[in-house]
Design a protein around this ligand. Structure first.
Ligand code: PRT
Ligand code: MG
Length: 216
């Protein structure tokens, strides 16, 4: 019998990890130790040929694109911002759902001339406003986007909104909808070719788990 190939799955640490593990478990892939209680970056699983790497959400598409991991799980926001080059996206996991929105101060007036947009999603914002035929200047921030309009750094922000509580708590409101977001399973181009036999049943089992969860 042919030896099983090594398979590395990149997981986003942070808020989506907790919802990710049950879906992997449904595909019978279970970490060998508690990921939340460890400072390790690489985790063994119940399969001696499958490993997890647990990294920043924004680094997941990069790892998978360059073959540093064979497949990964990341938010659609992160995948859109990355651009999706070299990534195949076979499955919507329907977890960590939220929306990408344009937001601004409550009762903000329409802006005369070029708007200034603060966001960590620079590529998404560029593309969105270009589609709207709207000339904007984009300011890259790494967090707490809500602060930017309050401090006069920007007219609007592009950010993730779930309940809207964070916006409201800071005197902002959602204005324009950009996209619905959920987490996706991604597979890299090289793995898709070389490890298809190994990956296909995993996708199928996870897909079943997504349906069961939906119909739960
Ligand atoms: O924290 P780090 O810089 O490492 O990366 P990250 O912020 O991208 O990771 P993490 O773990 O915070 O989020 C991972 C993914 O979760 C995102 O890429 C989204 O796909 C998804 N997700 C789902 C969310 C939310 N819901 C969410 N509510 N990500 C962020 N938020 C934040 C949002 O930025 C805002 O500050 O929650 C706030 C808004 O929530 P409401 O309920 O107040 O509207
Ligand atoms: Mg975060």
């Amino acid at each position: 019998m042919m030896k099983k190939q090594q398979l590395t799955i990149a997981l986003s640490k942070g808020r989506i990890l907790e919802e990710t593990l049950p879906l992997l478990e449904a595909a019978n892939i279970i970490p060998a130790e508690n990921i939340f209680k460890s400072r390790k970056l690489i985790f063994d699983t119940n399969h001696d040929n499958i490993k997890f790497v647990v990294i920043r959400a924004t680094d997941v598409p990069t790892y998978v694109e360059y073959g540093g991991a064979d497949m990964g799980i990341a938010g659609k926001d992160v995948l859109m911002e990355h651009g999706g080059k070299g990534l195949y996206e076979p499955l919507d996991l329907e977890i960590a759902k939220c929306k990408l929105m344009v937001a601004g101060l409550t009762d903000a007036l329409p802006v005369e001339g070029r708007m200034r947009i603060a966001t960590k999603f620079v590529n998404i914002a560029k593309q969105y406003f270009a589609q709207q035929g709207c000339q904007v200047d984009i300011v890259k921030l790494y967090g707490a986007m809500e602060l930017a309009p309050i401090m006069g750094l920007a007219d609007r922000i592009v950010d993730i909104v779930d309940t809207g509580n964070t916006l409201r708590a800071n005197g902002l409101e959602p204005m324009d909808f950009i996209a619905n977001i959920s987490s996706r399973l991604v597979v890299g181009q090289p793995a898709l070719k070389m490890k298809h036999k190994q990956i296909q049943p995993i996708i199928e089992m996870m897909s079943e788990a997504v349906v069961n969860r939906r119909e739960g």
